[in-house]
Design a protein around this ligand. Structure first.
Ligand SMILES: Nc1ncnc2c1ncn2[C@@H]1O[C@H](COP(=O)(O)OP(=O)(O)OP(=O)(O)O)[C@@H](O)[C@H]1O
Ligand SMILES: [Mg+2]
Length: 455
């Protein structure tokens, strides 16, 4: 039992308060005492406690009120009420309200300790149960992936099939479509779930650092390497390595990665000792890799290694059936977390969500719900403020209502043009005339450029 548990005693009898404090503090509990209901609750709101011991008869309010309010603030708080012989009925009432037990006056040391231990044990068990339940849910995995659209159902089915195998998976999708969630679910449903899933973003760090992060290094491998450090490959041994933004990896590193994937062997930087690891690789990207291969930015042979199984996550606007479901999921999740009593989204507001273009996909929806909850004053959300356009995308956007392509700043013009042409064509169902009109060029020009690009 954790003897560091924090106990708050609320009792107006100074003798009793002191006696109880002494008994409990001697056992190692961290004890705070207050003489009135008001002080007790103020303390509880400020500091919290694992266990509340309150007298039923207090000068300002009765102990029942204290109990009720404490339970409101923290539903899993355990409480013990202290009562005189005469008011056992009130004590029983307190138990109905969720108190764990009651203790009769005068205070008996053994009874007090036993009741406190049991109440805290129950609290510990409750907390443990909660943790187990959460773990189970994670283990269940698939539940983390909300969505019933045909695309999501197909994705879930594919995940179930491939998760238990060790094949490499490449997840492709726009930003915020849930690539990382999918990676987590695959790992959770795999035989490797007891081992870690180790994540690294290839976009966030400079090349040389990425290399040492991936493969680790020995002391003296480079200036500043004063010790040795295992890399992510070693950390993921027995588990899964998640390579995020894989398309951002430099050609030199791509070659190194390919070698590891081919023979499962590598060396830490500054060492020539071969290391073997057993790692499943899941990678993710928002980039169209076949196009990157065409532009010789990505190695084709590496692509085939990584892309044994391909999971494509469609943008949210292409699976609108998922929007109400996701909205409801986030509403429940964040209402609980923010302790907001908001239970529903009005049909008009759902329509707003359905009509929005969601350039930021599920992440944008999640943010929209959080924002709406934060300002909500009633039980139903009636309006969403959906102004959000990510700064990077807004320049490429034709106003918030139309479809968009997100082109990172610094993209070569030729490539940007190619993307815009391709997407516009797609949008026009392959109708070159229509696409040319939208783009403000003749259809011959369009055809020439497109054909040239395809080579
Ligand atoms: N199907 C889903 N069910 C529940 N939550 C989801 C789903 N898809 C995405 N989310 C949530 O949306 C947010 C964005 O998801 P995630 O980080 O997986 O996206 P991503 O594709 O990796 O984006 P990026 O390319 O920007 O890294 C996360 O908070 C995630 O929990
Ligand atoms: Mg991600």
């Amino acid at each position: 039992m954790d003897t560091k548990a924090r106990i708050l005693i609320v009792d107006d009898e100074v003798e009793l308060r002191r006696a109880a404090e002494k008994i409990l503090a001697r056992e190692g509990y961290r004890v705070a005492t207050c003489a009135t209901a008001g002080d007790g609750l103020a303390h509880f709101e400020r500091e919290g406690a694992d266990l509340l011991i309150t007298d039923l008869m207090l000068p300002d309010q009765d102990g029942i009120a204290v109990l009720r309010r404490a339970k409101e603030l923290r539903p899993d708080i355990e409480a013990i009420v202290i009562t005189a012989h005469g008011s056992v009925e009130t004590a029983v009432e307190a138990m109905r309200l969720g108190a764990y037990d009651f203790i009769l006056k005068p205070l008996d040391r053994a009874v007090l300790l036993k009741t406190v231990t049991k109440a805290l044990e129950k609290q510990g068990l409750a907390a443990e149960n909660r943790a187990l339940r959460e773990q189970l849910q994670q283990r269940h995995g698939e539940d983390a992936l909300v969505g019933n659209s045909p695309a999501m159902l197909a994705t879930k089915k594919l995940i179930r099939q491939i998760a238990p195998t060790d094949v490499s998976v490449l997840i492709q999708g726009e930003s915020g479509t849930g690539k990382e969630v999918v990676a987590d679910v695959i790992h959770a449903l795999s035989q490797r779930h007891a081992q870690p899933i180790v994540k690294i973003s290839c976009a966030a760090i400079p090349e040389t650092l990425l290399e040492s992060e991936l493969f680790g290094y020995e002391r003296g491998a480079f200036t500043g390497a004063t010790g040795s450090k295992p890399g992510k490959f070693e950390a993921a041994h027995g588990g899964t390595l998640f390579l995020d933004e894989i398309a951002e990896m430099s050609p030199a590193l791509q070659a190194k990665l390919l070698r590891v994937l081919q023979d499962g062997r590598f060396q830490r930087l500054g060492s020539n000792k071969d290391l073997h690891v057993d790692v499943r690789v899941i990678s993710a990207t928002h980039v169209d890799i076949p196009a990157a291969i065409e532009q010789t930015k990505f190695r084709e042979d590496l692509y085939y290694r990584l892309n044994v199984i391909h999971v494509e996550l469609p943008p949210l606007r292409d699976r609108r059936e998922d929007i109400p479901l996701l909205a409801d999921h986030f509403l429940k999740k964040y209402a609980a977390r923010m302790q907001k009593n908001v239970a529903a989204i009005a049909p008009k507001a759902v329509e707003q969500l359905l009509a929005h273009h969601w350039p930021g996909n599920v992440r944008e929806l999640e943010n929209a719900i959080q924002r709406a909850l934060a300002v909500a004053t009633e039980q139903t959300i009636r309006n969403f403020q959906l102004l959000s356009l990510p700064a990077a995308a807004s320049s490429a956007a034709r106003g918030p209502a139309g479809p968009m392509v997100a082109i990172p700043l610094g993209t070569p013009l030729e490539e940007a043009e190619h993307q815009i042409v391709t997407e516009t064509l797609k949008q026009c169902g392959g109708n070159k005339e229509k696409a040319a009109k939208l783009l403000g060029v003749s259809s011959r020009t369009l055809y020439r450029r497109f054909a040239a690009k395809r080579g």
